[in-house]
Design a protein around this ligand. Structure first.
Ligand code: CLF
Ligand code: SF4
Length: 528
């Protein structure tokens, strides 16, 4: 029976589900998003080697999307080989990249599979910590199976140390699971915004399936069934899955808690809840009808409400279909087709491994610094055990507070308490420093982006932004320049608690913050 027939024949679908369920029970006992085999209750993007079975850790330890810790040190790249799509989402305008894994309004340079392989080898020789190649559009990777799998096959042969990853809306997924396994594609993202077609019909106007266009409730029902079946089949074959969901206030916000439960049941390793970005100039249905995206605290509230379900990824950058570099940086402009012709490609496996060993040492040092800081804090009487607050951090990688306030195009957000310094998100901002002088017009938008934070940790900051941040109630801190982030955040937190205890300052709650919607300003782009 083909997978296409499975939808049409409900009883056969149910049998196929039963078979998969039996396999799932077996898989779940050794899986990761479960309270299973290794006796651990939780893992996911902030997990480490002690939180999951060794074979899962091997798959995630240097994947920047599947491990929050890894994302400070390892890079990924995308190749835009998959232009077609088989569904329509109301938050997407097909003039631009797929919004399921990309920031709306971005157009990537499309490549043939041969060009894509050439580009991957060029990037691998320039960026030895690039460990993952993903195909995430600009349409749907599995609506373009030949281009996607030709690329994966060549890379599997020519760059065996690079992990292969793809992202899909899931409609074609059940038909492609064998190919995914054949080319060792160990990581698959499925965008799942609903598990109830009545919610789905508000998000998807149509799908194209089995040579036919479906609309409304029926379209959403088919998509939902194909997504669930595809997820179950991947779990049964041992492929790690991440679920992306776009949080659309008033449509699926509370519903995402149920989505989280359902995908966990089916073995999803991670759940990434991303904010809807819908500007009228993107020309999407949601942009044009005024559907707003969530605020930072609305996003965090839904993520927090999912605690205990499938593990959450909170460090996604909604990157473009031709992204290159660490998640928080974009080096795609350095590797356009005309430029890679000038790069001398030396794909040297030994050199890559040696470099990655250094990266691994740096990462271990970051973990050790955090452990040490947490131990010091636990022994510290002055730290309020009930206090939990957010700090923003300017970093250009290596897990350190190592960026000038004026050079930041994003701030990483950490939730700090006596027991933890946890990455909980990031906020994009326009550059404050415009080539030697500060752009005071940008400051209010930066303050809005980190308005829920009590402090901003930077390597350096000028007098003017320092005064304005202080006036807005956000403490600028450069005392921990070049320290590892978690250690710096915990040290600042201990000091903050002490100052409150001494009566030097009064603790006040912060407000909500704004998630950046539009493109970066032209001025910022020139400097970047
Ligand atoms: Fe790319 Fe996606 Fe693979 Fe990562 S992205 S295909 S899993 S290698 Fe990562 Fe980018 Fe977020 Fe995607 S930060 S948009 S989650
Ligand atoms: Fe756009 Fe991606 Fe949705 Fe297709 S799956 S319509 S490319 S957002």
């Amino acid at each position: 029976m083909s997978q296409a027939a499975a939808y049409v024949d409900a009883s056969n679908l149910s049998k196929s589900r039963q078979a998969v369920s039996q396999i799932l029970e077996t898989v779940a006992s050794g899986g990761c998003s479960t309270t299973g085999g290794a006796g651990k209750s939780s893992c996911g993007s902030s997990g480490g080697p002690d939180d999951m079975p060794a074979e899962i850790w091997e798959k995630v330890k240097n994947h920047p999307c599947y491990s929050e810790e890894a994302h400070h040190h390892y890079a990924r790249m995308h190749v835009a080989v998959a232009p077609a799509c088989n569904i329509q989402c109301n938050y997407c305008n097909r003039k631009y990249d797929c919004s399921n894994e990309s920031r709306p309004g971005v157009v990537s340079q499309k490549l043939t599979p041969d060009q894509a392989v050439k580009k991957v080898l060029a990037v691998a020789s320039e960026i030895p910590q690039m460990t993952v190649l993903g195909i995430a559009g600009p349409g749907d990777s599995l609506a373009n199976p030949k281009k996607t799998f030709d690329t994966m096959r060549m890379l599997h042969e020519q760059a065996p140390d690079i992990k292969l990853c793809l992202s899909t809306n899931g409609l074609a997924l059940p038909d492609q699971v064998d190919e995914i396994v054949k080319y060792n594609i160990d990581h698959v993202t499925i965008t799942i915004n609903m598990v109830d077609p009545a919610v789905g019909e508000k998000i998807y106007p149509w799908i194209f399936y089995d040579h036919k266009r479906y609309t409304g409730y029926e379209a959403a029902k088919i998509l939902h069934e194909r997504q669930m079946l595809g997820l179950e089949m991947l779990t049964a074959r041992g492929v790690l899955t991440k679920i992306n969901s776009v949080l659309i206030p008033g449509i699926n916000d509370e519903h995402l808690i149920e989505v989280n439960r359902e995908v966990k049941k089916r073995g999803a390793f991670l759940h990434n809840i991303m904010p809807l970005i819908s500007e009228p100039e993107h020309g999407t249905v949601f942009g044009l009808t005024g559907q707003r995206g969530p605020t930072a605290q609305e996003l965090k509230a839904v993520q927090d409400a999912c605690a205990g379900g499938a593990n959450l990824m909170r460090h996604c950058r909604q990157c473009r279909a031709d992204a290159v570099g660490l998640l928080g940086e974009d080096r795609s402009e350095e590797f356009t087709l005309d430029k890679i012709d000038d790069i001398e490609v030396v794909y040297d496996l030994d050199r890559r491994r040696a470099y990655q060993e250094q990266v691994e040492n740096e990462r271990q040092a970051q973990v050790a610094a955090k452990t040490e800081a947490l131990a010091a804090q636990a022994a510290h009487d002055g730290v309020d055990p009930g206090m939990k607050l957010l700090v923003a951090v300017a970093t250009e990688g290596h897990g350190k507070v190592n960026q000038h306030f004026g050079h930041a195009t994003e701030f990483q957000i950490f939730e700090v308490s006596r027991d933890e310094a946890l990455f909980v998100g990031h906020r994009r901002v326009d550059l404050y420093c415009q080539g030697g002088y500060g752009e005071d017009e940008q400051l209010p938008s930066i303050v809005r982006a980190i308005n829920d934070c009590h402090a901003v940790l930077v390597s350096k900051i000028g007098a003017c932004p320092r005064d304005e941040l202080t006036a807005a109630g956000i403490e600028p801190v450069d005392a921990y320049a070049h320290d590892f982030i978690e250690k710096a955040a915990l040290s600042w937190f201990a000091d903050y608690c002490e100052r409150i205890a001494r009566g030097d300052i009064v603790h006040r709650a912060r407000g909500d913050a704004h998630i950046r919607q539009g493109a970066f300003s032209g001025a910022a782009e020139k400097v970047a």
